[in-house]
Design a protein around this ligand. Structure first.
Ligand code: NAD
Length: 480
């Protein structure tokens, strides 16, 4: 059985406990590898290595840091097929998605920040009468980076890359459910010549390893992506220690379809924004809001196309939806389908687990599910399900659409479909979400601020925001 190791101080090592956790292949429902069950002592060793590496790495010219990081990015591209297969096996996502989205985005993240650090500049404020102020931005120190299972290497590198490019050293923890590409990534960092201790990857459980990173007094900055409940715990631990925090949390994103939309584009993209990656993307539009006059037409076409989606072997190029990440998650998502029924919802298609044949017979598959007739206040429409389940609700007016869009505690992203430019701007300005897509979805420009409002998070990633986050501003005022 394949074993993964921690990456600490430039070496691949066993956890101190000698213990390992089972790692499942969700497509087969079988254990296929072992992940270190690390604890506080492993985290402490990693933080020590990162602290020792910090003085040298933080003063290395940005160009030198860039050269090493670009090598890592090149190695990811070189290993595209291997990494995509690993991601698909570990997470259950279709191989074609890992190859076209997850892995290319991982190298793009690294390239983007390696080069961005070369252009990162600070401000000067000149008071012609008597003084000059200038601001320095120094890397903070050892950064803790904690990521989830849905886009494993994509989100792992989205945090690590700006931290390293800014001059921080890092102790990172991937999700215990999808550790494989982080392990392969540690090997690529060694191959690229990343100096020992600059990046350390500690595998294990969130409550043990993640918590130990957050609690560690020598980790002054934490970048976390995951669930809102975990985010609250992390904030409660980190706030009294006055740590700098970036929290990218859950969503219950509205997908607003106005009657004057480009119907074909709206339906086609809504199928993706509902079910891509089995609906396990924080940006999925899980609440589809449709203007009343278009409602019946939209629902009929959307359900027809949902029924055409192929759930199956993630390795098959024709598969649209692979397996959900774990048995527990499959049960959670199915429990929301039952809840929706109890709340008076009508299942138009889907709602059931799927049993595939042969070696896939124990995998965690379910039908893509469309639900109507639910009130916006019910739990199904308020809580994040994070699976292939969407609800569709009608709205009467633009104001009603905005009211429904803003009716949850979340505020991560929203999608708006309309051919009317003024309307697009008007609605965008009133929807309380950190990211708005008009006539598109998941169309990403890495320079833009990324993050959520309300319970979807605190702070923004992306562009200069992340480089600012991993550095501390200091103003120097010189009297003339
Ligand atoms: P999770 O919160 O359970 O776990 C995320 C990470 O935190 C994992 O590595 C986990 O081991 C770790 N963790 C768990 N408890 C911890 C603790 N007490 N201290 C420190 N770390 C701890 O989330 P998940 O189930 O892995 O991911 C799904 C969630 O992530 C969804 O809610 C989804 O919306 C969210 N998400 C958000 C974004 C975003 O950009 N806003 C992106 C992707 C996923």
């Amino acid at each position: 059985m394949q074993k993964f190791f921690n990456y600490i101080n430039g070496k691949l090592i066993e956890p101190h406990s000698g213990k390992y956790l089972d790692n499942y292949n969700p497509a087969e429902g079988k254990i296929y590898s072992l992940v270190p069950d690390s604890d506080e002592s492993d985290v402490d060793q990693a933080v020590t290595a990162a602290s020792v590496a910090f003085p040298l790495w933080s003063v290395l010219p940005a160009e030198e840091r860039m050269k090493i990081l670009l090598k890592v990015a090149d190695l990811i591209d070189h290993d595209l097929s291997k990494l995509a297969l690993a991601e698909s096996i570990d997470n259950g996502k279709p191989m074609k998605l890992a190859r076209s989205l997850d892995i290319p985005r991982a190298s793009a993240n690294i390239r983007f920040y390696a080069t961005a650090a070369m252009h990162f500049a600070t401000d000067a404020h000149v008071n012609e009468e008597d003084s000059v102020n200038y601001t320095t931005r120094m890397p903070i120190g050892v950064a803790g980076c904690i990521s989830p299972w849905n886009l494993p290497l994509y989100l792992f590198t989205w945090k690590i890359a700006p931290a390293l490019a800014a001059g921080c050293t890092v102790v990172a923890k991937p999700s215990e459910l999808t550790p494989m590409t982080a392990f392969l990534f540690s090997k690529l960092c060694i191959e690229a010549g990343l100096p020992p201790g600059v990046l350390n990857i500690v595998h294990g459980l969130g409550g043990k390893v993640g918590q130990a990173i957050v609690e560690h007094p020598q980790v002054p900055v934490i970048s976390f992506t995951g669930g809102t409940v975990t985010g609250k715990k992390i904030a409660a631990t980190a706030a009294p220690m006055f740590k700098k925090l970036s929290l990218e949390l859950g969503g219950k994103n509205p997908n607003i379809i106005l009657a004057d939309c480009d119907f074909e584009q709206a339906v086609k993209t809504s199928i993706l924004s509902s079910f891509a990656n089995q609906g396990e993307i924080c940006l999925c539009g899980s609440r589809i809001l449709v203007e009343r006059s278009l409602f019946d037409k939209f629902v009929t076409e959307f359900v027809k196309r949902t029924k055409e989606l192929k759930v199956g072997d993630p390795q098959n190029e024709l598969t649209d939806l692979g397996a959900l990440v774990s048995e527990a998650h499959l049960h959670k998502v199915l429990s929301y389908v039952n809840l929706a029924k109890e709340e008076g919802g009508k299942i138009l298609t889907g709602g059931n687990p799927i049993k595939l044949e042969g070696h896939l017979s124990s995998g965690y598959y379910m039908e893509p599910t469309v639900i109507v007739d639910l009130d916006e206040k019910c739990r199904t429409n308020q809580e994040e399900i994070f699976g292939p389940v969407v609800t569709i609700m009608p709205f009467e007016t633009e104001a009603h659409a905005i009211e429904l869009a803003n009716s949850t505690p979340y505020g991560l992203s929203a999608t708006i479909w309309t051919e009317n430019l003024k309307r697009a701007h008007r609605v965008s300005h009133q929807v309380k979400s950190g990211i708005i897509w008009v006539n598109c979805w998941l169309h990403r420009d890495l320079r833009t601020p990324f993050g959520g409002m309300k319970q979807s998070g605190v702070g923004r990633e992306g562009g200069w925001e992340a480089l600012r986050f991993f550095t501390e501003a200091k103003n120097v005022c010189v009297k003339l």
